[in-house]
Ligand binder design. Structure first.
Ligand code: IPM
Ligand code: MG
Length: 359
């Protein structure tokens, strides 16, 4: 089992190092190979996604990814910015299905910005389509307007688009996921305004005919954003397009108390996957050893389960993380009253110790 390890920028290297230590503590036969990505790769070789890094990722069974980005690259031409590395990996590996669970751990309800009773026991899954929509739609660019409100003015434009097969395949993924959980799927769209999302809604409704055991409902994205803070536990699985999914998954993450706890998986049709924490590179705290490594450690667990067929090992990691929370270990982002405040490395140590104690 070959894993490409791409730590990236900011806190990426620190948190990935802990996830790697956890994987190594499992005594599985894993072959890990590290390569630069994002700003780190740009510094080293002038490109955020060097060919060697992309080829390593393509050849691997799975990619363990840290985070990319730093404000200092904001002025670079778009193709050279760190974010292009993750977008390029998604595109070249065909990682169309993005799983972003939002789980509120009982020990962390205090860290949520919502009242504890609204989030206690929260367990929802956002499935975000990841290779289509306005993120990748062509044409895009800048030009002189020929029509619109200001003909002759400079303007910029992007293209929102979805094809039937793109919607069908993510809908199948979502119905199947819902079937394995609470049996309820909410498709989020903007069908009242956008042609693309009327089509989305129509196709999801058609695919539903093959999953009569799953309850499907539809919400407009603005209402979905409101329901997520009003009654988050009313959701089970949410499926939506690339851009709405980007926004709603950050919102859902905050319900759980800390984005530092949330893993994610991005899969292609062959179950090859890229696994990364849902949070970003946090350059403001990089190098200080205070970042929470648990989202990355839990991403490694998702990797074992989804791409490497190692559900048992995945369960062991998840149990170990539960255990360290029960024991009161807390990084700064999840420290409330009480608990032992620890840094990145000590949190990794605590998870490894729990794993070893499982015998
Ligand atoms: C995410 C991030 C990315 C996205 C950025 C870094 C390109 O926000 O994974 O949610 O917009 O998809
Ligand atoms: Mg995002």
């Amino acid at each position: 089992m070959k894993i490409a390890v791409l730590p990236g920028d900011g806190i990426g290297p620190e948190i990935v190092a802990e996830a790697v230590r956890v994987l190594q503590a499992l005594d599985l036969r894993l072959e890990l190979e590290t390569a630069p990505v994002g700003g780190a790769a740009y510094e080293a070789s002038g490109h955020p996604l060097p060919t060697a890094t992309l080829e390593l990722a393509q050849a691997a069974d799975a990619v363990l990814f840290g985070a990319v980005g730093d404000w200092k690259y904001d002025k670079l031409d778009r193709p050279l910015r760190p974010e292009q590395a993750i977008l390029g990996l998604r595109k070249h590996l065909g990682l169309f299905a993005n799983f972003r669970p939002a789980i509120c751990y009982p020990q962390l309800t205090h860290a949520s910005s919502l009242k504890p009773e609204l989030v206690a026991g929260l367990d929802i899954l956002i499935i975000r389509e990841l290779t289509g929509d306005i993120y990748f739609g062509q044409p895009r660019g800048r030009r002189t307007a020929v029509d619109g409100h200001f003909p002759g003015a400079e303007e910029a434009y992007d293209t929102m688009r979805y094809s039937r097969p793109e919607i069908e395949r993510i809908a199948h993924v979502a119905f199947q996921a819902a079937r394995k959980r609470g049996g309820k799927l909410t498709s989020v769209d903007k069908a009242n305004v956008l042609e693309t999302f009327q089509f989305w809604k129509d196709v999801v409704t058609e695919v539903h005919a093959q999953y009569p055991d799953v309850k499907l409902d539809h919400l407009y994205v603005d209402n979905a954003a409101m329901q997520l803070v009003k009654a988050p536990k009313s959701f089970d699985v949410i499926v939506t397009g690339n851009m709405f999914g980007d926004i709603l998954s950050d919102e859902a993450a905050m319900l759980t108390g800390s984005i530092g706890m949330l893993p994610s998986a991005s899969l292609n049709a062959k179950n090859q996957g890229l696994y990364e924490p849902s949070h970003g590179s946090a350059p403001d705290i990089a190098g200080q050893g205070v970042a929470n490594p648990l989202a990355t450690i839990l991403s490694a667990a998702m990797m074992l389960r989804f791409s490497l067929g190692q559900s048992e090992a995945a369960g062991r990691i998840e149990a170990a993380v539960q255990g360290v929370l029960e024991d009161g270990w807390r990084t700064a982002d999840i420290a409330g009253a009480g608990g032992r405040k620890v840094g990145t490395r000590e949190m990794g140590d605590a998870v490894v110790a729990r794993l070893k104690a499982q015998g």
